[in-house]
Write a protein that binds this ligand. Structure first.
Ligand code: LRH
Ligand code: MN
Ligand code: MN
Length: 388
């Protein structure tokens, strides 16, 4: 087993990035349930993120989505974040909410639409320059609905062309993270449907291009931890969009649907050195809190990631390796399950107290009275973007 001080140190240094859109109103395509007190602009989203950081101590980074978080002065927004002990994380490009993108963005058959999409991606890199963000996160809704609708291979050519242009624009300390998703909104072909497609493009592009694994973007039953182990080994795991799914891209709280899967993923992360900050794996949340209180849900999500990480750190790596070498299937499995079945909540409470934090982040947040204050002060919250 990793020595306890090392486990604690790893837990204290892990950084979990929260998404700006999780703080705003969201919903399904059937209905957005507006909540009282939600942020009215990107600045108030940062105010809320600061509360999550205050309660948890491990969530000082906030991802933005452009144009959902459009402001005139991005350096100013970064300064506003810094005043609250935050930094701005991944810049998520959005080339999926414009009428022009009906048939695709960077893979669209019309070069004028491709140009428009590429301009937006370039604008996102310029925003990264202003905010100091390291990561450009790319998810393309591009695909087709009907056989014969467009040329599948030609769309790959167009995709590669756009990715290459963006890659060449990146600064030395910047990366692009390519996200894949099995289906939706396209239902017949999707241009980046799986990790293999994302990996192949990233491999051709070079070391600054890496794959991001959104845990909700796979077919049911997919072994996500295998993908994580493979990508880490190839140094192509850029990070995660964590969330839970029961059916498809449900965007529920990470660790809610399948905490065991989250543990198995974090075990591969720990095993592959992905917790070392130098490896650059970004632990991002990509969630929407449609029916539950948003800030507490984000705090709960951060805690769920921490619990899975703590359990993964408690795996007795020596005993596991010995059992594996000896072909002792049952013992190897038992070593893993022992760690998973450990109640790590007291350990995490202790870690938080050592960091000068309240042992229970949700109680800490409740005690601030912030939830009541924002309801009283903020009128007319904005929608995150989905269904907008
Ligand atoms: C697409 C996705 C992608 C988007 C986010 C809002 O389903 O996972 O990461 O940027 O949702
Ligand atoms: Mn995502
Ligand atoms: Mn998604």
């Amino acid at each position: 087993m990793t020595e306890l001080p090392a486990v604690k140190a790893a837990l204290k240094s892990q950084r979990i990035e929260t998404p700006s859109w999780a703080y705003g109103n969201s919903g399904t395509r059937f209905k957005v349930f507006a909540q009282a007190g939600v942020p009215r602009d990107p600045y108030e989203k940062l105010d809320d993120a600061a509360r999550v950081q205050e309660a948890t101590g491990v969530a000082p980074v906030v991802a933005l989505h452009i144009p959902w978080d459009k402001v005139d002065d991005y350096a100013g927004l970064a300064g506003y974040a810094a005043e609250r002990g935050l930094t701005l994380g991944a810049i998520n490009a959005n080339v999926f909410q414009d009428d022009d993108y009906k048939l695709g963005s960077v893979t669209h058959p019309d070069p004028a639409v491709r140009r428009k999409a590429l301009d937006h991606l370039m604008e996102c890199v310029a925003i990264m320059d202003a905010t100091g963000s390291r990561d450009l996160k790319l998810w393309f809704a591009d695909g087709t609905n009907y056989p014969g609708q467009d040329d599948i291979a030609a769309r790959q050519d167009r995709l590669a062309e756009a990715l290459t242009a963006v890659y060449e624009r990146l600064g030395d300390d910047q990366r692009m993270l390519l996200e894949y998703k099995l289906f939706e909104p396209a239902f017949y072909t999707t241009d980046v449907p799986d990790w293999g497609t994302a990996y192949a493009h990233c491999l051709k592009l070079g070391p600054k291009a890496q794959v991001v694994v959104d845990t909700g973007h796979h077919a049911p039953g997919t072994n996500i931890e295998f993908i994580v182990a493979f990508l880490l080994r190839e140094r192509k795991l850029g990070g995660f969009d964590f969330n839970s799914r029961f059916y498809a891209d449900d965007d529920l709280m990470v660790g809610a649907a399948d905490p065991f899967q989250l543990f198995r993923i974090m075990h591969e992360v720990v095993r592959g050195g992905g917790l070392e900050p130098a490896t650059g794996v970004a632990f991002m949340l990509d969630q929407c809190h449609n029916i539950e209180a948003k800030i507490p849900a984000i705090i709960r999500s951060v805690m769920n990631v921490q619990e899975a990480t703590a359990k993964a750190l408690l795996v007795d790596a020596g005993a596991l390796a010995a059992a594996q070498r000896g072909g002792d299937v049952l013992e190897a499995n038992a070593v893993l399950m022992d760690a998973y079945n450990t109640d790590v909540r007291p350990l995490l409470a202790e870690v938080r107290q050592e960091q000068g934090l309240h042992p229970d982040p949700l109680a800490a947040y409740r005690a601030t009275g912030h939830a009541e204050r924002i309801v009283a002060e903020r009128v007319g919250g904005e929608q995150a973007g989905w269904g907008a």
